[in-house]
Write a protein that binds this ligand. Structure first.
Ligand code: PMP
Ligand code: GLU
Length: 402
């Protein structure tokens, strides 16, 4: 029975991995439901509520009758607000028809690759990378080409490495900055070097995922699409989930070359239609309103980052760097491989994360899912109290491994 039902599934879906972040979050919920005191640092979701003024705007939009289907690429009021935001924050000039709003940046990325790729096209993904990148590329029948980087390189891939990975099959380069899962931020100069490499090739697009833009502790966010030599072939992805604590609203967007924006609208028109109406009204308001709640969340994340780093440094064997953005820490834990508590031996990052979940009741995500088999991800979007307790438990539990 089970064999029959598996063979009914397409090769495409069988090749695709389940989302490791969502899976770990669910495992932590399940353990909690069984009565265990689990601290989940697995999912990348601000623990803050959406700022009050944005919620008020959504309530007003409901009362004003924003309850119907919306145009597939988004409400004009939101697309105009995004156009102004791109200009204000990113020095990017888009016409309205280059902007497409979707049900989360995740859908934006799926739209892009379903629009761009033919079977066998290669997408260079800078690793460590967000779990869904490789799987969306595979779903679109593309081939992910993973370029790894280590903690010693601050988890950044050099322009030279990118240049040497380009082939005549390369269709796009995909990365996030600030990065999920490492928190690394590519500087203006590093992005310029990447832009200069890409600009030497006519048919390669850059997909720049900037969803953590507002959680940047250097206050120097740079958008690769602002460089003259790649501006016509960069697709800039962003969204409301992280900077405005609006994960459950499901709103993301792109600014893209016209033909790609048009293709994304075509894909989305067949899959989901336009994003929800009253959410879009509130999102337009969020972009234009005072950003101080966003800045306050960033300040709180910075404080927690410093606290967690100092607690992690007390754990022998844990190698940490200092992420410059997002709300993740990505320790290298290769020193634990081969160690055992007498019952369980840790052979890789999957074992390590499972060991923490079952023995410390701390949910984290294995680096394997991010293309970094020596690492694991902690999301520190949790209260200081939870973070302290999670670090205490990790120290105690990992101390049993010899
Ligand atoms: N890109 C990155 C790097 C992310 O971390 C996330 C978070 N899930 C997304 C895109 C998608 O965000 P959403 O679909 O919630 O807008
Ligand atoms: N981006 C978040 C994470 O990495 C949310 C979960 C997901 O969609 O992957 O945990």
């Amino acid at each position: 029975m089970s064999t029959l039902s598996i063979s009914a599934l397409s090769q495409r879906i069988q090749r695709m991995e389940e989302s490791a972040t969502l899976k770990m979050a669910q495992l932590a919920r399940d353990l909690k439901a069984q009565g265990h005191e689990v601290i989940s640092l697995s999912i990348g979701e601000p623990d803050f509520d959406t700022p009050e003024h944005i919620k008020e705007a959504a309530k007003k939009a409901l009362d004003d009758g924003f309850t119907k289907y919306t145009p597939v690429p988004g409400l004009p009021v939101l697309r105009k607000a995004i156009q102004a935001k791109f200009k204000r924050d990113n020095q990017l000039d888009f016409d309205i028809d280059q902007i497409v709003v979707s049900n989360g940046a995740k859908q934006s990325i799926a739209n892009i690759f379903l629009s761009l790729l033919d079977e066998g096209d290669e997408v260079i993904i800078l690793a460590p990378y967000w779990v869904s990148y490789s799987e969306i590329v595979k779903l679109a029948e593309g081939v992910p080409v993973i370029l790894r980087s280590s903690i010693e390189e601050d988890y950044k891939v050099s322009a030279e490495k990118i240049a040497s990975a380009i082939t005549d099959k390369t269709k796009a380069i995909l990365f996030s900055s600030p990065c999920n899962p490492t928190g690394s931020v590519y500087t203006h100069d590093e992005l310029k070097e990447i832009a200069d490499v890409v600009a030497q090739h006519d048919n390669i697009y850059i997909v720049s995922d900037e969803i953590y833009e507002y959680i940047n502790f250097t206050d120097a966010h740079a958008s690769i699409g602002s460089f003259e030599n790649v501006k016509d072939r960069t697709i800039t992805v962003n969204g409301f989930s992280k900077g405005f604590a609006m994960t459950g609203w499901r709103l993301g967007y792109i600014g893209a070359p016209k033909s790609i924006a048009k293709a994304c609208v075509k894909v989305q028109g067949q899959f989901t239609s336009g994003a929800n109406a009253f959410g879009q009204k509130a999102a337009a308001y969020a972009l234009e309103a005072d950003l101080s709640p966003t800045h306050a969340m960033k300040d709180a994340f910075l404080k927690r980052r410093d606290m967690v780093i100092s607690l992690l440094k007390e754990i022998p064997g844990m190698k940490v760097n200092e992420p410059k953005g997002a709300f993740y820490i990505f320790p290298d834990i290769s020193e634990f491989f081969g160690k055992s508590d007498g019952f369980t031996t840790i052979t890789n990052a999957d074992d390590f994360s499972e060991y923490l979940l079952h023995n410390a009741h701390v949910g984290v995500v294995t680096g394997e899912a991010f293309g970094a088999p020596n690492c694991f991800r902690i999301s520190y979007a949790a209260s200081e109290e939870e973070l302290r307790e999670a670090c205490r438990r990790m120290k105690e539990t990992l101390g049993r491994l010899k």
